[in-house]
Design a protein around this ligand. Structure first.
Ligand SMILES: N[C@@H](CCC(=O)N[C@@H](CS)C(=O)NCC(=O)O)C(=O)O
Length: 295
């Protein structure tokens, strides 16, 4: 968890979701560096061509689509509320997913000012006693972890054939495994260092970077095994991991000579239209980080 302190930070953060929406519109339909058009049709074609064992997957897929539809029927009429502050990497992964699934109009955003220590206020502790964001509320359901939220959104709202749909148990296992990598290693190690900076315990993080570098080494290996972090096409694992990697790039530049595959993937992720949702909070956090690390 990144612990946020109040000193000097109150009132700095204003709601900028509308700004993110403008950027997203601007980027929609953009062509990636590899010449790929990020349209819904393109995504469907790409996922279809990557399927190898179609028949087995289809029967598993229809079972899961049925489960998903039942969930969707129960839940889609309820309002969704996301407690957020876009400086948070896990929040940004959820914002990218909401945009990619076309859910922006359906999610009410409740701003929790982390640097204003709003997450420790009594009313928010009733929402999440562990005082972290993001939190997603959907009807009676309250999810207090970004990785659980990402899986839930995919299961409930990704139509069959969408890149973010999770059609079978093998795909689920791969995506979930990378989400666990982010939750247990990448984000934790990055957060441990950033917390020291935001608590003003250190101004020079350079001697604290080894554990983070080790996780980027692991990511380099994973990205040699598949085109994206979990699969050969985009998944929510990429949103989760890119939110963390873009933030840790304040601390460690992701260079092509040191981590060629991570560098290539990170460059490509920045061309994905929904990455616009990551930029706003990332730049806000970078501003705060730069102030606290300047000697
Ligand atoms: N595993 C959680 C981590 C969430 C987390 O640590 N969020 C930070 C912001 S990046 C937070 O709310 N920190 C406030 C606190 O720990 O009190 C997730 O992925 O949702």
């Amino acid at each position: 968890m990144i612990m946020f302190m109040s000193e000097g930070c109150c009132g700095r953060h204003k709601h900028t979701h509308a700004q993110a929406g403008t950027e997203e519109k601007h980027m929609m339909g953009r062509v990636s560096r590899t010449g790929q058009q990020f349209s819904g049709r393109f995504l469907r074609e790409r996922i279809t061509s990557s399927r190898t064992n179609k028949t087995a997957q289809q029967s598993e897929s229809s079972r899961l689509v049925c489960v998903r539809n039942c969930t969707a029927n129960m839940a889609t009429s309820e309002e969704m509320v996301l407690y957020y502050d876009e400086v948070s990497p896990p929040v940004r992964s959820v914002l990218m997913t909401i945009a990619a699934l076309g859910l922006k109009d359906r999610v009410k955003l409740e701003y929790i000012d982390l640097f204003g220590v709003e997450h420790l206020k009594e009313y928010f502790l009733k929402v999440n006693p562990l005082h972290t964001i993001p939190v997603l509320r959907h009807g009676d359901l309250t999810l207090t972890d970004s990785h659980a939220i990402l899986m839930y959104l995919c299961d409930t709202f990704a139509p069959a054939g969408h890149d973010l749909a999770i059609p079978d148990t093998l795909t689920r296992a791969k995506v979930f495994n990378r989400l666990c990598f982010n939750n247990g290693f990448l984000f934790q190690r990055e957060a441990a260092v950033l917390t020291k900076v935001f608590r003003r315990e250190i101004t020079d993080p350079s001697t604290h970077l080894k554990p983070i570098e080790e996780t980027i080494d692991a990511l380099e290996i994973y990205l040699k095994e598949s085109r994206y972090t979990a699969l050969d096409h985009l998944s929510v694992a990429d949103f989760s991991i890119v939110a963390t990697v873009s933030t840790l790039s304040f601390l460690i530049p992701i260079t092509a000579d040191r981590w060629p595959r991570v560098h290539e993937w990170f460059e490509e992720m920045q061309t994905v239209p929904w990455y616009a949702e990551n930029r706003v909070g990332l730049e806000k956090l970078r501003g705060i980080f730069n102030k606290l690390t300047k000697a």
